[in-house]
Design a protein around this ligand. Structure first.
Ligand code: ATP
Ligand code: MG
Length: 274
């Protein structure tokens, strides 16, 4: 298996029937090859199909055409080798942070014993800065703390791929920056291959090795890829002082503007046809 083709999303299409029963391709011909340990940010306008792509990699929804190969195996259903963190932490309210992490761990690694499960859960909660809150219930924790538990639960599975769908979307900007660093520290240590969907251009640059810019749907695909060559571990202040950061930012914003302009043009020509 070539490490530069660790995760291969090849010519993937996802279609849904419209109310008239016609199949509409939300995503069409989506191609992305990811190297082992690489972090890819995915950006694009709302509704273009970012979550659809992530959910197909997670195996939560089937592809209509094309294929997704992870380390030589085709993705056909969900599995613990692909851990997902959504915008909402989705914790079980009657379980403590420790128990929430243990739940997935037990079902993913039934051969490990109780002590081993507990050691892994504790270590992951420590990595996200929650070693002092092992016995807290979700209602006793802030949104940011709950999301930390969600991240701990995901990394406890030791996934081959970490799938993050706007994981900081509901958090205030300070907590958001803190959690970006929590994830980056974990990725620096464990080198987990990661797909991060985000609307935040600065976050996309700060976190990623490459950014995948998606065109507007329907029939959304990869519009452009941008390589982010900042060294790791990353230092936010250094990056903010680097003129390249502002060039990357400009390129992303320009791409999003161009997509919007194209959408407007399409709308106008459709109106003229009516
Ligand atoms: N089950 C479904 N049936 C029909 N259409 C769907 C279904 N799920 C998603 N869609 C459509 O697919 C398109 C892409 O949705 P998706 O949630 O992937 O977008 P997104 O880029 O993640 O948007 P956002 O940034 O707002 O989260 C949307 O037009 C949505 O309405
Ligand atoms: Mg989405």
């Amino acid at each position: 298996m070539r490490e530069d083709r660790y995760l291969n999303i090849s010519d993937v299409t996802k279609s849904y029937p419209n109310p008239f029963g016609d199949e509409i391709a939300v995503v069409k011909g989506f191609d992305l090859t990811v190297t082992k340990g690489e972090v890819i940010s995915i950006i694009g306008h709302s509704g273009c199909g970012k979550s659809t792509v992530l959910n197909m990699v997670a195996g939560l929804i089937p592809v209509s055409l094309g294929g997704i190969i992870l380390e030589s195996c085709e993705v056909i259903d969900p599995g613990p080798d692909r851990a997902v963190v959504f915008q909402a932490p989705c914790l079980l309210p009657w379980l403590t942070s420790m128990e929430n992490v243990l739940l997935g761990l037990r079902s993913a690694y039934p051969s490990l014993n109780k002590t081993e499960h507990e050691e892994i859960a504790k270590y992951c909660l420590y990595q996200v800065g929650l070693d002092g809150s092992l016995k807290k219930y979700p209602r006793e924790m802030s949104g940011g703390m709950q999301q930390r538990v969600g991240i701990a639960r995901a990394i406890a599975l030791k996934p081959k791929v970490l799938l993050l769908d706007e994981p900081f979307g509901r958090l205030d900007s300070l907590t958001r920056l803190e959690l970006q660093d929590v994830i980056l520290n974990i990725l620096d240590l464990q080198k987990i291959t990661t797909l991060l969907v985000t609307h935040d251009v600065d976050e996309a640059i700060y976190m990623a090795d490459r950014i995948c810019m998606m065109t507007n749907g329907p029939r959304a695909k990869v519009g452009r890829m941008l390589e982010i060559k900042f060294p790791r571990p990353r230092d936010r202040e250094e990056i903010l002082e680097d003129p390249d950061f502002y060039d990357f930012r400009q390129e992303l914003l320009q791409f999003l503007d161009d997509c919007e302009a194209e959408k407007e043009k399409k709308k106008e020509s459709e109106l003229q046809l009516v």
